[in-house]
Design a protein around this ligand. Structure first.
Ligand code: NAD
Length: 279
């Protein structure tokens, strides 16, 4: 049985995307603040709603295709927004295909993760949010050939694992008597080189301008990394993908948070978990 899809934002891209879903047989309900756009849809027999909240009440899946972060925040958290109706939601999947900054996606994802489902689904215990921007422009939207980039949680899982790997290796190197700056020079011109070693090094004193150089303040909090790993593990579980390192990384970040480091940058795993020595 095809899901009831709520589509919000029927502009250059969204109008085509919503119509393609209708043609594919989905039961689509739409909303836009532009009255003329709404009329075109209702004239074509596609149900329209006066607010995001009303859309959410009749949908299992919500797709937003809005101009920018402020519009997305408004549609989710504004008056009669998608999350207005307290913490028990009907839709189990929220897909934001607008191109927005990661802070906005993270905020919405956090807000959704605090909610529960009105009715649990076989494939979801809690509502899920996907940050899924698209590429291909209006022609691809029209012909149903957009590229969706939903790989962010995979990227963040790899980033978490590489950060822990670099932290562990630096801690071992220092315990063997090698200075962190020497280790960094070696790693960064060898096969261990990666973003965690050459751009965001977790060892205090190795790089300027990164969270490790300012007591791990600012940056990407361990709490958010834990949330992303949690999302990655739930997704892995759903598709039967084995992620032993991902699941170990989740445990490490959960421990970091319960030890009081939840607001510190995720590279603080080096100091806290591996107890490496500074330069
Ligand atoms: P658009 O401006 O044509 O359409 C946005 C729609 O959102 C409009 O119909 C507007 O009325 C509606 N809207 C704005 N605020 C709203 C609100 N609060 N509630 C309900 N509806 C609201 O934009 P677009 O070109 O369709 O692009 C949408 C997103 O896709 C943007 O983030 C853009 O960066 C991204 N994108 C666009 C293209 C492209 O070629 N146009 C390609 C890739 C990605």
């Amino acid at each position: 049985q095809l899901e009831n899809v709520g589509f919000i934002g029927l502009g250059n891209m969204g109008a085509h995307m919503a119509r393609n879903l209708v043609m594919a047989g989905y039961k689509v309900t739409v909303h836009d603040i532009n009255e003329r756009t709404m009329k075109k849809f209702s004239d074509d027999g596609i149900p329209t709603k006066r607010s995001p909240l009303e859309v959410s009440e009749s949908s299992d899946v919500i797709i937003t295709m809005l101009p920018s972060s402020a519009h997305v925040l408004d549609v989710y958290n504004g008056q009669d927004g998608l999350l207005t109706n307290g913490s028990r939601l009907r839709p189990w999947l929220y897909i934001d295909s607008s191109t927005v900054d990661p802070q906005t996606s993270r905020k919405i994802s956090m807000d959704i993760s605090r909610c529960t489902l009105k009715e649990k689904k076989v494939y979801a215990e809690k509502p899920i949010m996907l940050d899924a921007p698209v590429s291909g422009g209006v022609p691809a939207a029209e012909t149903g050939k957009l590229t969706f980039m939903v790989a962010k949680i995979c990227n963040n899982m790899a980033m978490a694992i590489s950060m822990l790997g670099v932290s562990e290796a630096f801690a071992l190197g220092q315990n063997l008597g090698i200075k962190a700056s020497v280790l960094a020079d070696i790693f960064n011109c060898s096969s261990a080189r990666c973003w965690s070693s050459d751009t965001y090094n977790p060892v205090p004193g190795v790089m300027m301008g990164v969270p490790s150089s300012r007591n791990y303040d600012g940056g990407f909090s361990s709490k958010l990394m834990t949330k992303d790993l949690d999302l990655a593990m739930s997704s892995a579980c759903k598709v039967g993908s084995k992620c032993p390192f991902g699941s170990q990384a989740l445990q490490i970040y959960q421990k970091l948070c319960s030890d009081g480091c939840e607001l510190k940058d995720f590279s603080c795993a080096f100091r806290h978990y591996y107890a490496g020595k500074d330069e």
